[in-house]
Design a protein around this ligand. Structure first.
Ligand code: PLP
Length: 405
């Protein structure tokens, strides 16, 4: 199905505005996407029609809010094809999902001398929690390298796995390079050696169809705010047999079954991992974002984003001195680059004056920057509401800026 981009754009009030008297061109979608009116309306309706604290009270509003909250859990289960709703844990984002696993899986399964393999292309949030765990337990982090194309050297994986390896932490899609990693194959290699796999799906969930059963991953995490939904909401999927063996991450209300000073028993999944009042309105609103994305069709969105990526790449590489990082065929709609003689920060701030929002810097991926021997890049990342005309304006603005240096 071809998308009617102009019609879709009308759903996004924020895209209608001008920045410095120029129409906004929003190319920072890998950092966070914008929200359609259909999603914003549900947030308003939650607060105006059926807001109450969930699961506990015996009144109408609480019941309605609980129902809507649990409906989103079912939508997420369906979105990623998880076996059961008990495996869908709401967190405040990918970062919290990773910290939950690093703490809780770490408590149950990581011991002194154990090894955790982490890829070189990871976002800091899929590196630091594992380092903290390694520090607590006396475990070791082993790096899985990438090549200069920005592809994971996953054929080296087998040789990096030792009898002490317990977990592989890897991103599904790189937030800098756009590289899509062969998760199913990595999971197969990991499992053949009795190693678990954690997948950071922050950059994948809005662009790829995710089937956790087919991928056969042990954990999968993503954030609603990168999927046209609210910020402050994330998901952790985990295999049931693992989640059941893992201790709670945080203590508090909702995660308990019975509390005595002599000892406490914990609630069943998924509530064992959802201590305290969660982001009720956020989770309910996330349900609307999943519906919206479902109506667009993730494959349709991805096909259009790929067209935009290809168009932008062809135009950008014609600029003298411009180098693109991440050239793996079939990558996701993210393009990171530098221009010889112009600092990425200057490019970003001057593009902003043309109304163009891009991201500059290390993109929370210092080890990746180190691999390429750079401090940072300019990153343009596309969503289904972007257009070819916006890319034309972007490329012309870039040329003007470069000519000033
Ligand atoms: N992992 C990747 C690949 C990301 O791109 C990001 C955010 O940019 C994160 C993790 C962290 O996501 P959040 O800030 O929503 O927790």
């Amino acid at each position: 199905m071809t998308l009617d981009i102009q019609k879709i754009r009308e759903d996004f009030p924020i895209l209608q505005q001008k920045i410095y008297k120029q129409p906004l061109i929003y190319f920072d979608n890998a950092a966070t996407t914008q929200r359609p009116r259909q999603v914003i309306d549900v947030l308003t309706r939650t607060y105006t029609e059926f807001y109450g604290n969930i699961h506990r009270a015996a009144h109408f509003l609480a019941d309605k809010a609980t129902l809507a909250y649990e409906e989103t859990r079912e939508k997420v289960r369906n979105l990623i094809n998880a076996e059961s709703r008990e495996q869908i844990i709401f967190t405040k984002g990918t970062t919290e999902s990773i910290n939950l696993v690093a703490y809780s899986f770490g408590e149950a399964f990581i011991h002194e001398g154990d090894e955790i393999i982490v890829s070189e292309m990871e976002h800091h949030s899929n590196i630091v929690p594992w380092q903290l765990l390694a520090g607590r337990k006396g475990a070791k982090i082993i790096m899985l390298p990438i090549n200069d194309e920005g592809r994971l050297e996953f054929e080296k994986l087998e040789s990096l796995i030792s009898p002490r390896t317990k977990l592989i932490a890897v991103t599904h899609v790189s937030n800098v390079l756009g590289t899509i990693n062969p998760i199913k194959q990595i999971a197969q290699i990991a499992h053949s050696k009795n190693v678990r796999i954690f997948v950071d799906g922050a950059q994948a969930a809005a662009h790829l169809i995710i089937n956790v059963q087919d991928l056969d991953v042990d954990f999968y995490a993503f954030s609603a705010h990168k999927m046209y939904g609210p910020n402050g909401v994330g998901v952790l999927y985990g295999k049931k047999e693992l989640l059941e063996q893992m201790p709670p991450y945080q203590g508090g209300g909702e995660m308990i079954s019975e509390v005595r000073f002599s000892g406490t028993t914990y609630n069943e999944l998924p509530y064992k991992f959802e201590a305290g009042t969660p982001n009720i309105s956020g989770v309910i609103t996330f349900g609307a974002a999943i519906d919206y994305l479902g109506n667009i069709g993730i494959e349709n969105a991805a096909a259009w984003e790929t067209e935009l990526l290809n168009y932008a790449t062809v135009r950008l590489i014609q600029i003298a001195g411009l180098r693109v990082y991440g050239t793996q065929p079939g990558k996701s709609g993210v393009i990171s680059f530098n221009v010889e003689g112009v600092h990425f920060f200057d490019l970003g701030t001057m593009l902003d004056k043309f109304g163009i929002a891009v991201r500059t810097g290390h993109h929370c991926a210092d080890p990746l920057m180190e691999h390429f021997g750079i401090q940072g890049t300019v990153r343009a990342s596309f969503a289904f509401y972007n257009t070819r005309e916006e890319i034309d304006v972007f490329v012309e603005a870039l040329k003007k800026i470069i000519s000033m240096f």
